[in-house]
Design a protein around this ligand. Structure first.
Ligand SMILES: Cc1cc2nc3c(=O)[nH]c(=O)nc-3n(C[C@H](O)[C@H](O)[C@H](O)COP(=O)(O)OP(=O)(O)OC[C@H]3O[C@@H](n4cnc5c(N)ncnc54)[C@H](O)[C@@H]3O)c2cc1C
Length: 197
């Protein structure tokens, strides 16, 4: 049983998965590969000068794969529901359960509606700053939580916010994922030294 099931593999869903998996939670992502980023070229992603949208997604997929995320690519989630102790996510071939679910299906809000998430007057999913919905332990991230004002970096931020809130609940204290240069040195060793020369 995964701890976290993420539905949607655009910047919102993959960002959530990155943070939960990096910090030890079993994480699976389901995605039908219709992210808008396949139509985009990013000149406005902070810290990145220019990147093709599909290249960005490919890199992000590699990043989550390296962190141990189980990625069900080209797999549509057909339903999501609550159980006595979490969530049940159904695809054509399988069922999965988890303690938390992160909805990240772009502007498509059907699954959130099925799950019983409250909507705002603007007909988007009602979330707080942690991206948690009215259904406890269910999060809505990215385009589905906004009426327009859609940007890749906002979706990625939403995913990170949801993941950190899940980690806060799991750890029982406020959580943030901070690394320092010494961590990079431990990981990359001589490669870091070579780059600094
Ligand atoms: C032409 C165009 C140009 C753009 N240019 C820019 C730009 O320059 N800069 C910028 O910041 N933003 C740009 N955007 C917007 C940007 O692409 C979106 O803000 C961003 O992709 C939204 O991310 P998301 O993760 O919320 O949703 P998406 O990227 O749409 O990802 C949602 C994912 O969920 C999957 N999914 C949906 N339903 C299911 C299901 N039932 N089961 C499994 N998977 C499912 C979809 O296949 C998709 O892969 C552009 C958009 C378009 C259309």
């Amino acid at each position: 049983m995964a701890d976290v099931l993420v539905i949607g593999g655009g910047p919102a869903g993959l960002s959530a998965a990155l943070f939960t998996a990096k910090n030890g939670l079993g994480t699976a992502v389901f995605d039908t590969d219709e992210t808008w980023l396949h139509k985009a070229h990013l000149f406005n992603y902070p810290g990145i000068g220019s990147i093709d949208g599909s290249t960005y997604i490919t890199t992000l997929r590699e990043q989550v794969d390296d962190l141990g995320v189980t990625r069900h690519q080209d797999t549509e989630v057909t339903s999501v529901s609550t159980t006595d102790d979490g969530f049940l996510v159904t695809t054509a071939d399988d069922e999965s359960t988890a303690d938390y679910v992160v909805l990240a299906t772009g502007a498509n809000r059907d699954l959130a509606d099925d799950l019983g998430c409250a909507f705002t007057d603007e007909d988007v999913i009602d979330v707080d700053v942690t991206m948690e919905t009215s259904v406890e332990d269910a999060y809505a991230t990215g385009a589905m939580a906004r009426a327009e004002e859609w940007q890749a970096v906002i979706s990625a931020g939403d995913g990170a916010a949801a993941a950190l809130n899940i980690l806060t609940k799991e750890r029982g204290e406020h959580f943030h994922d901070f690394d320092v240069p010494a961590d990079a040195e431990e990981l990359f060793g001589s490669l870091v030294d070579a780059e600094n020369q």
